[in-house]
Every structure is written in structure tokens, then in C-alpha cells.
Design a protein around this ligand. Structure first.
Ligand SMILES: [Zn+2]
Length: 115
């Protein structure tokens, strides 16, 4: 039996629209997910490199020495690249990950995942 599917091809929106949100403090921001965290408030609440304090000193130094003084810069790298820095141990990764997550960032996907 051959199922002849003659459905009209459904047109899907190719553009991923981000949701416009407004936090209680009045900041307008855009998020593609349902994450309710306002990036502006989040930034104000925490010191810029509070996340660094959670790291061991060698890991912190490794990041600083390589110019990774912000989570944004770290988000430009893959886990592997960060792990390759001298001084960064496997124990630093989960901390970095959660710090990135808290800032609405993630590690860059490895190139094999991304074409
Ligand atoms: Zn806000």
C-alpha cells in the first residue's frame, strides 16, 4: 500500500522571532527562550566578574592571562579550548558552565557540531 500524501507543504516561519519581554523594573529585552531572567537586572545584581571568585586561583589566573576577563569572551570558545588553557582543570568547567548559564551564555559548540 502506498500512502499518497498530497498535503500542501506547510510553510514554516524560517525566522526565529525572539520574544520581547519586559521585566518588573521596566527593562525591555529579547529572549528566544522562556527564560524570565532580565539581563539588565542580572548584570546589576552581580559584580562583573563575581563568577571568577568561584574558581580556583590557578584557573582564574589562566583565564586572566589569556584575556578571558569576561564571560562573553569565554562564550566565544569551546569547552575544549578553555580546558586547553594551562591551569584550567576539569573542576573549573562546571563552574564556568553555570556562570555562563547564569549570564544567559553557553560555550561555543565544537566545530564538528556546527557546519
Ligand atoms: Zn530588568
Amino acid at each position: 500500500m502506498r500512502a499518497a500524501t498530497s498535503n500542501e507543504s506547510q510553510i514554516q516561519m524560517a525566522t526565529t522571532k525572539k520574544n520581547r519581554k519586559q521585566c518588573p523594573a521596566g527593562h525591555i529585552y529579547f529572549k528566544s527562550s522562556d527564560c524570565p531572567v532580565c539581563p539588565v537586572c542580572e548584570k546589576k545584581r552581580k559584580p562583573a566578574n563575581d563568577w571568577m571568585l568561584t574558581l580556583a586561583a590557578p584557573a582564574r589566573r589562566a583565564l586572566e592571562n589569556n584575556g578571558f576577563n569576561s564571560l562573553k569572551k569565554i562564550a566565544h570558545c569551546t569547552e575544549k579550548e578553555i580546558l586547553a588553557l594551562h591551569g584550567i582543570g576539569p573542576s573549573a568547567l562546571p563552574k564556568l558552565k553555570s556562570a555562563l548559564q547564569a549570564a544567559g551564555l553557553t560555550f561555543k559548540l565544537s566545530t564538528s557540531n556546527h557546519e
